[in-house]
Write a protein that binds this ligand. Structure first.
Ligand code: IVH
Length: 695
């Protein structure tokens, strides 16, 4: 390739990559695969390695790679970066309108644009001749910090915008604004979308690292630290909504057109914005988003109502740093602070102790909140939450209110560090902690708090499915001493049930108590025939859900057989890891649980599982062993070998792991052979397999 054609290929690549970047990060509608994108980028990198002097600031390779800075330079903004006055509700918004109408009666005929008010970090982006040359924080509104290298890593920020009308899309031609100004300074809000934030925290938690408090602080923190590589690793994006300054060209004079214009230049712009002819309509629209705010992918603390005519808006002037031409229509707060009065502890079905906050009652988004979860004891320690602290509490959407963390600045010195309880708050027995888990457990099977949860779980739909056995009846039966463990459900008499039912608020019941009792007795009886998988799941063994219960049921004949299995036996079963195995062994080792088993058996609640000798089962010689087959065997097909192993009680899986007992090797083996050797798995042939099975 000649230098000339290589040069034009280079320009073409830059344009293509920037375009695909825009499709992906701004429009969220990619047109090529990640692999194709990487190919283009690699080609570009190769050319740049050969011709470093060609590299321009709008090259996609310039997004990452800048070295950490020592400090940020100061940047004077070309025009003040203003703030907004708040309106809390429709009345406030109308009062704002009245105030500005008195200043200028043209306001009466004004249109209004309503946009989401994103809770992020205000940033100012400078473009010269269409190239992104500088990015700054808002700072005090006059002077901000130069965070260009950090902002370059934000893929939603275009490194280049079109400079002449040919490069425009159809929309901006309709706006007839001529060519793009030589200098264009825009303002937007940088943020981390909620889903990405949760994903980030999940990853940090898995890696055992500290999690972040909220998306806003994380976005702000990531942009205002000195290492661009760290910014690049955070899922920051932005939406642009204002032209702060333009020189050497004209721009639209209405807010609505500004949004379309910015969009046509390749900037990410909200699609939630609307324009209205009257303030009432604007308010009504802002209110709909108050109700729908969970549909927004980012955190918004309100909507902004702006006078559409930007010349009129500018003429209205400002009060302090707040322009008169716009107002923040705030949503009710979802994060508020209040006093943490006490830390309570709830006992769950499996005995997990969950701490919760008892709060000075506080209103969050129209609901009075008095309790909030504290997740677990590690969380309290990590966030250093103390009793008496002023804490930040959040309630959003369907999520249970939770304590985000303490407001450390508000401490008086009287706050008390919290110590997790050593005994169960419900039964007083010592609590236990299992290696590798954050939870603390009450392991006393007779703990009354657990008993309620246990019975509730036992009778639930995925378990024994005892229809009609609601929580109220369960509580009454336990209170009356009729149910001391789940097996007692099977010896309940009609009278026992009648008493529990009649003690309930009878007005809410449509059926007569006698009928309820008969139905309940019938469903208790019917539950006796549930399959073993359900029965195992119903026991509420730590870590054993419906899926592992089904795996266990296909390996054991009954609960006695399962009860005798060692942790090692159990781990041979696919899907059963060391933690679950230990949970099972632990559950069966407890005398109280053995007593329950005996009672269940006596009551006829004794399902049989898959390991009962099936037809075609020849022996148990390979029981507990796991095999992987690779290559072509001398006489058997893969399926025949599999059937042989299974008929002797063994198991065949597809991939080699440390749990594999033997690799059965044939001719022309695949990579499984290498893996087995590397893991030290025993390797045998067809002949040895027969011998092993005693065939
Ligand atoms: S307009 C004259 N529009 O809210 C322009 N601000 O409390 C004044 N914000 O500092 C700002 N989304 O960081 C405007 N669509 C939006 C916004 C928005 C978020 C932030 C901005 C500002 C703060 C005002």
């Amino acid at each position: 390739m000649t230098t000339n054609s290589l040069r034009s290929r280079y320009e073409e690549l830059k344009a293509q990559i920037n375009f695909h970047n825009y499709r992906y990060h701004v429009l969220d509608a990619p047109v090529i695969s990640d692999a194709e994108f990487d190919r283009l980028l690699n080609e570009l990198k190769r050319i740049e390695a050969e011709h470093p002097d060609w590299v321009t600031p709008d090259s996609p390779t310039q997004r990452a790679g800048a070295k950490p800075a020592d400090r940020f330079e100061k940047v004077r903004h070309p025009a003040p970066i203003l703030s907004l006055a708040n309106a809390f509700g429709a009345e406030d918004a109308r009062a704002w309108f009245e105030r500005i109408r008195k200043i200028d009666d043209r306001v009466e005929r004004a249109k209004f644009v309503v946009e989401p008010k994103i809770d992020g970090l205000s940033v100012v982006l400078h473009y010269r001749d269409g190239i992104f040359v500088q990015g700054a924080t808002r700072g005090d509104g006059e002077v901000g910090e130069d965070i260009t290298n950090n902002l370059r890593t934000v893929k939603a920020i275009p490194l280049k915008i079109p400079v002449n009308s040919e490069e425009f899309s159809v929309i901006s031609k309709q706006l007839s604004v001529g060519s793009v100004p030589k200098t264009l300074v825009v303002r937007g809000e940088a943020f981390i979308p909620i889903k990405e934030f949760e994903e980030l925290n999940r990853k940090l938690e898995e890696a055992g690292e500290k999690t972040y408090l909220n998306p806003r602080n994380t976005a702000a923190g990531s942009l205002r630290q000195l290492d661009p590589a760290l910014t690049a690793s955070r899922p920051i994006t932005l939406l642009v909504y204002q032209i702060v300054h333009a020189e050497g060209g004209t721009v639209p004079t209405s807010q609505w057109e500004i949004l379309q214009y910015l969009k046509s230049l390749g900037f990410p712009v909200t699609d939630v914005a609307r324009r209205f002819d009257t303030l009432d309509e604007a308010i009504a629209y802002a209110e709909t988003w108050d109700r729908r705010r969970d549909e927004l992918p980012y955190e918004a603390d309100g909507m902004v109502i702006k006078i559409d005519d930007l010349r009129l808006a500018a003429e209205l002037g400002f009060v302090g740093k707040d322009p008169r031409g716009a107002i923040a229509f705030k949503f009710p707060a979802r994060e508020v602070t209040t006093i943490l009065k006490e830390i309570g502890v709830a006992v769950g079905r499996t005995g997990v102790l969950t701490p919760y906050a008892v709060l000075e009652p506080v209103e969050i988004g129209g609901v009075i909140v008095e309790r909030a979860t504290l997740h677990n004891f590690d969380y309290i320690a990590e966030k250093d939450i103390r009793v008496g602290d002023r804490v930040l509490v959040k309630r959003a959407g369907e999520v249970i209110p939770y304590v985000i963390g303490p407001v450390v600045e508000a401490r008086t010195g009287k706050e008390k560090p919290y110590k997790p309880p050593q005994t169960c708050p419900a039964c007083g027995q010592p609590v236990e902690h299992f290696e590798g888990e954050v939870a603390w457990y009450c392991v006393n099977a007779a703990c009354p708090a657990q008993l309620i949860r246990n019975v509730e779980h036992f009778v639930s739909r995925g378990a024994m499915d005892i229809v009609g056995m609601g929580i109220k009846i369960v509580e009454k039966l336990i209170e009356a001493g009729k149910v001391k463990d789940v097996a007692d459900l099977y010896t309940l008499t009609r009278e026992d049930i009648l008493e529990a039912v009649t003690k309930k608020d009878r007005k809410t019941e449509k059926q007569p108590p006698g009928k309820i009792a008969d139905n309940l007795l019938a469903s208790i009886e019917a539950s006796k025939s549930r399959p073993l998988a359900r029965l195992i799941a119903a026991l509420g063994i730590r870590g054993v859900g419906e899926v592992s219960a089904a795996d266990l049921a296909s390996h054991f004949e009954d609960l006695d057989a399962l009860s005798q299995a060692s942790a090692e036996d159990l781990q041979q079963i696919e899907g059963i890891g060391p933690n679950i195995a230990e949970g099972i062994v632990d559950w069966f080792s407890r005398p109280a649980n053995q007593k329950v088993l005996k009672k269940l058996k006596a009551a006829g609640v004794w399902a049989r599982g898959g390991k009962s000798k099936e037809e075609g089962q020849k022996s148990d010689a390979l029981a507990g062993l796991t095999f992987v087959i690779t290559g072509t065997l001398p006489t058997w097909s893969r399926d025949e070998a599999k059937a042989f192993i299974e008929s002797h009680g063994g198991k065949v899986t597809d991939s080699v792991s440390k749990k594999t007992s033997y690799l059965v090797l044939g001719e022309n083996p695949g990579s499984k052979f290498e893996k087995a050797k590397a893991l030290g798995v025993k390797i045998i042939g067809e002949e040895e397999l027969r011998k092993l099975a005693g065939d």
